[in-house]
Design a protein around this ligand. Sequence first.
Ligand SMILES: Cc1ncc(COP(=O)(O)O)c(C=O)c1O
Length: 364
Amino acid sequence: MGNKVREEIEGLNKYIGGKPISEVKREFNIDKVVKMASNENPLGCSDSVKDVLKNLVDNTALYPDGDNYYLRKSLSQFIGIDEENIILGAGSSSLIKVICNTLINKGEESIMGEITFVLYETFTKLMGGKAIKVPMKDLALDLDSILDSINERTKIIWLCNPNNPTGTAFTTKELEEFLEKVPKNVYVVIDEAYKEYVSMENYPDSLSLLKNYKNIIILRTFSKAYGLASLRVGYGICDEELAEYFNRVLNPFEVSLYAQNAAVEAIKDKEFVEYCYDYNKKQREFFYKAFKKLNLDYKESQSNFILVDVKGEDREINDYLLKNGYIIRPGYLLGCSGYLRISVGLEEDNKKLIELLNKYFREK
Ligand SMILES: Cc1ncc(COP(=O)(O)O)c(C=O)c1O
């Protein structure tokens, strides 16, 4: 092609998500395929959300409310933060992009863990920024080394808490000590996509820090515990002035009619989210026990996925599981070769997956 794309785009890779179920069915000619690759909610979403969605079809021809009036109000009440401090996007992925679009000048740096959510790097580079990847400490974000990496070019620090794909999380004390040392002109994004699954004590109440730290941006999503991944809706909480800038960059009508209404309803059904939390916690324990029996090291997870060390065989095991109808994420696609990231699924699927792993190691 004669016309060249921007040099930043030449250096990017396409985001590779977990394989879709339909593709694996076609490829291997199998009927039952289970996806445990993208940390979605195996329990679906609240029944009341489904009812709301059914009643919206007649409004499909109209644009949704560009100000997200009702969702903004519900969220504001739900989290106890003023409406002006909330931004809404088509998933928190979109907000990660908007943050980079708004803040990163060419040559500026953003700092992240070496093994973390890939879009921080992608969208930093999109803007001509440089992604500084800090080595992990026992698979967790190393906050001290992140601090040591700050320089005059640093614009954003990305803290994924719990961290995808390692499942680790840091505490209130660790976060506060960290924020005290970060220069005020550096933004700290705290991505809490999996917060609803956290079971540890001392997980930071990041919202309470907003008053003292105007440089933090908190990201959350309805894609995980609320089970609305296909609808694409996430939100951010930050300083009001900053939110106003982000709103200039966001696409008009970002959040669809379906997504807005589903999210309003999902917030109301606290029982559903509690049920998902309990279910996930129990299934995590099931996996821990099973991995111990298989002699596989794993990282205790605060999330709805577990990173397990399969001794360098992530590619082989991934292929083997795919053929048997199980989609997981091999570590080589996530910057941690030799590991598998398994999203916690339904009880029967988790059992079946462990049976398959048993068989794999027995027959090896
Ligand atoms: C850490 C983290 N942040 C953000 C996202 C984006 O989620 P969504 O765009 O569906 O809100 C994901 C998705 O997997 C994630 O793992």
